[in-house]
Design a protein around this ligand. Structure first.
Ligand code: DC
Length: 227
């Protein structure tokens, strides 16, 4: 891993706005973008596709190792995700894939396999890495670290809107319950739990417009990297 390549980590719980913010920030800087949650979602999706046992860490780690994952980026739009050559962009965004991802993400063997795959995204001129443990485990030496939060209600509302826009049918109550359950699972697991790095800057995005959050995140970078 080339530690001279700058990394900006943006961690936080589901619906905190990190995906939207990370993509805009990466596009403004002209840096690469890593959506690490998508990698866990891809494994969840591949498990459902292959009818594999999501409670078996050995099988899940093997699946994480052999599944072909490719992102196709264009500006600050959500990248298309190809799984073994097949477009799975929408399939990995379902709540089912998200819930499977969260279960699989608690397995150390799976996290170990995905560690190298995530670090490979660190390429010049820089990387914006979005996830749960970007600042704590994957890129502990990152130049700047942000940790985004928002109230559970607003996170559920954002998720609701996103899924509706994709034409997926969801219930607000179900989403809120799922978000709280996922938060608990992600925060309580033994390996790489969801928590801010000691040197991360906490940003509460509840009722804060996207552009304002983007400005605050960009302001974390030294001026020399913002140009
Ligand atoms: O950000 P997301 O909702 O797409 O992430 C899906 C799941 O993957 C989430 O429940 C936790 C897990 N995850 C993780 O454990 N570590 C990461 N760096 C990113 C996601």
């Amino acid at each position: 891993m080339d530690e001279t390549i700058p990394v900006l980590t943006i961690d936080g719980p589901s619906g905190s706005g990190k995906g939207t913010i990370s993509r805009i920030v990466a596009s403004r800087l002209g840096w690469h973008y890593l959506d690490s949650g998508a990698l866990y979602r891809v494994v969840g999706h591949a498990a459902a596709r292959d009818a594999a046992d999501t409670s078996d860490p050995v099988a899940m780690a093997a699946l994480a190792e052999r599944t072909g994952i490719r992102f196709q980026t264009s500006g600050d739009a959500e990248p298309r995700v190809l799984v073994d050559g097949v477009d799975a962009t929408d399939a990995i965004r379902t709540e089912t894939a998200g819930a499977a991802a969260s279960v699989i993400a608690a397995m150390p063997a799976v996290r170990q396999v995905l560690l190298d795959r995530q670090r490979a995204f660190r390429r010049p001129p820089g990387l914006v890495a979005d996830g749960r443990d970007m600042g704590t485990v994957v890129f502990p030496d990152a130049s700047c670290k942000a940790f985004l939060t928002a109230s559970a209600e607003q996170r559920a509302q954002r998720r609701y809107k996103q899924l509706k826009e994709k034409g997926l049918s969801v219930s607000m109550d179900g989403l809120l319950r799922e978000i709280l359950a996922r938060d608990a699972r992600d925060a309580e697991r033994a390996v790489a739990p969801l928590k801010p790095a000691s040197d991360a800057v906490l940003i509460d995005t509840t009722d804060v417009p996207v552009e304002r959050v983007v400005e605050r995140v960009l302001a974390l970078l030294p001026e020399s990297l913002r140009l």
